[in-house]
Design a protein around this ligand. Structure first.
Ligand SMILES: Cc1cc2nc3c(=O)[nH]c(=O)nc-3n(C[C@H](O)[C@H](O)[C@H](O)COP(=O)(O)OP(=O)(O)OC[C@H]3O[C@@H](n4cnc5c(N)ncnc54)[C@H](O)[C@@H]3O)c2cc1C
Length: 498
């Protein structure tokens, strides 16, 4: 990582020319997750509710489980989300300019085998029966640009200064990807693929490049960028199987991706609309117990008794809720995201990436607006914390708002000198355990965790069970957990007959 180049650049920077930039950290007021971990004392529960199925966690996985249950005509369930707003990593914000994402912001055009994604997208009018996509929500041009050697270029493959070796290594890499795609092990969701080549999961993506003698610096950057973008880790942190999946699982002749001003919040909001009768926000699950053949749940609001439980909250929290549950052997990438309000018209692409930066750059939330002139905009800035996660988590949490605000401005001002003069607000979201990191060995770790924890009426749904932190995985895991619970309760046969 180029952090060592980045950090000295911050030293000595003062807030010169800085207008009054408002803002602060978001979603940090209550920190209920830590209170549950520390077994704090909560208010006594307000009564007990009964449901056949209870779902813990209203991120994309929990919302998808609920969506699918409703589609089967099953509504005897509760969906409990701890935060006051549902969506998890697909949460969104809104100001007087537009809606904007807090984390996830796009879904690639679904492959033909991604039938669940297609089912949802057809229901939401994103595609028609003939498979044509609604162009309004396919990323408009210009899609991507890269700030390289002091100037912007279109597209993300570095161009300026490309050597014959760079070209040759790119060609060989593309050949590898074609051969790997043909093995049918890289699918979205990953469960649709043939059994994965476990040897690829034993080494890091960086070591795979070295093994194949692909030493081009530009190719190394492209591959590293892919790992940071999807998994929050550098190529040396990520399993080669996961790193290759990023490139080999997508059908490259398609358009896209799908994106919206509020990112995947657009999807979350529509799922919320469909399940709002069962959704309760602001209720943290804090204890799960098996009593007889039912699941007893204590929350920060009320108790719940249910016949089956879908656990769609992150796996690392489960041992704090369910006594005797093993600890998953998972690693989680810390992330910082920020939303910047820009007070003057700026020419950008949708995705604006900085070559020599630990950040991924920014996405412009106003890009998909169908307006002839946009005078103000919101940029969402993405900073993954690569390398040793525990140390990076401490670093993320130990610095204050002023520090992170300055680091964001200093990073972006290399491409946009004087940016701070046109920024009126920066809000920052810190997540210590934002997404599971698919490090080498993650495939076996996922299997071991599922095997150790799942029971016929207790199913795991969070995307971290797959290990690839993607919407497609959250949706698939949620629906599969819901399907398994309905089967365990004997409802699927009834529904099949109906
Ligand atoms: C910065 C960033 C960018 C991303 N960008 C993309 C992208 O562009 N495209 C993409 O496909 N994916 C992206 N992702 C991955 C994203 O995580 C997944 O797509 C997906 O949204 C994960 O959904 P989930 O339901 O599995 O988990 P989460 O989103 O983590 O949801 C878990 C939910 O459980 C709740 N919860 C936790 N504990 C409790 C409790 N005790 N009681 C009740 N509720 C609880 C949480 O509040 C949360 O709402 C991104 C992730 C990050 C961090």
């Amino acid at each position: 990582m180029k952090r060592r180049h980045f950090m000295p650049a911050l030293i000595g920077l003062t807030a010169k020319g800085e207008s009054n930039i408002a803002g602060g950290f978001v979603y940090e007021a209550r920190n209920e997750g830590h209170r549950i971990r520390d077994r704090a004392i909560f208010r006594p529960p307000a009564g007990t509710r009964r449901a056949r199925i209870v779902i813990i966690g209203g991120g994309m996985a929990g919302l998808s489980a609920a969506w699918w249950l409703r589609k089967q005509g099953f509504d005897d369930f509760l969906l409990l989300e701890g935060e006051d707003e549902p969506g998890g990593n697909a949460r969104w914000g809104q100001n007087d300019i537009c809606a904007y994402p807090w984390a996830s912001h796009y879904v690639p055009v679904p492959n033909t085998e991604s039938t669940l994604v297609r089912e949802l997208f057809a229901e939401l009018g994103l595609m028609d029966a003939a498979g044509n996509f609604d162009e309004r929500w396919l990323c408009h041009s210009p899609q991507e640009r890269l700030f390289l050697h002091g100037r912007w270029q279109w597209g993300l493959d570095p161009e300026a200064g490309t050597t014959a070796t760079d070209r040759e290594h790119r060609r060989i890499f593309a050949e590898h990807l074609r051969a790997l795609t043909a093995t049918s092990q890289f699918k979205l969701p990953m469960a649709l693929g043939r059994s994965p080549d476990a040897s690829l999961d034993q080494l890091s993506m960086r070591d795979w490049l070295a093994r194949e003698k692909l030493t081009s610096a530009y190719l190394g950057w492209e591959v590293d960028y892919g790992c940071r973008d999807d998994y929050g880790g550098a190529s040396g942190d990520i399993s080669a199987w996961a790193g290759l999946h990023y490139h080999a699982a997508r059908q490259h002749d398609t358009k896209g991706p799908f994106t919206w001003p509020e990112g995947n919040g657009w999807l979350a909001r529509r799922l919320v609309d469909r399940v709002k009768a069962q959704l309760v926000n602001g209720v943290w699950s804090r204890n799960i117990e098996r009593v007889g053949n039912r699941w007893h749940l204590r929350t920060t609001g009320f108790n719940v008794e249910a016949d089956a439980l879908i656990y769609a909250a992150p796996s690392f929290l489960l041992p704090y809720l369910l006594e005797g549950a093993p600890k998953p052997n998972f690693d989680y990438s810390p992330w910082l995201t920020a939303n910047l309000t820009i007070e003057q018209p700026m020419e950008t692409a949708w995705d604006n990436v900085l070559y020599d930066s630990p950040s991924l750059g920014y996405v412009n939330a106003t890009h998909q607006m169908l307006a002839s002139r946009v005078n103000r905009s919101v940029w969402t800035y993405y900073l993954p914390f690569t390398g040793a996660t525990a140390a990076q988590r401490r670093r993320l949490q130990s610095q204050d708002y002023a520090y992170w605000k300055e680091s964001i401005l200093a990073d972006l001002e290399r491409a946009h000198p004087g940016l701070r003069k046109v920024v009126s607000r920066i809000d920052i979201f810190r997540q210590g355990h934002a997404m599971r990191r698919p490090r080498p060995g993650f495939l076996a770790e996922s299997e071991a965790w599922k095997k150790a924890v799942e029971r016929p009426t207790f199913r795991l749904a969070n995307s971290d069970v797959s290990g690839l932190p993607l919407f497609e995985e959250a949706q698939y895991r949620g629906v599969e957990a819901a399907r398994a619970c309905l089967a365990a309760l004997g409802f699927i046969k009834k529904l099949d007959r109906a």
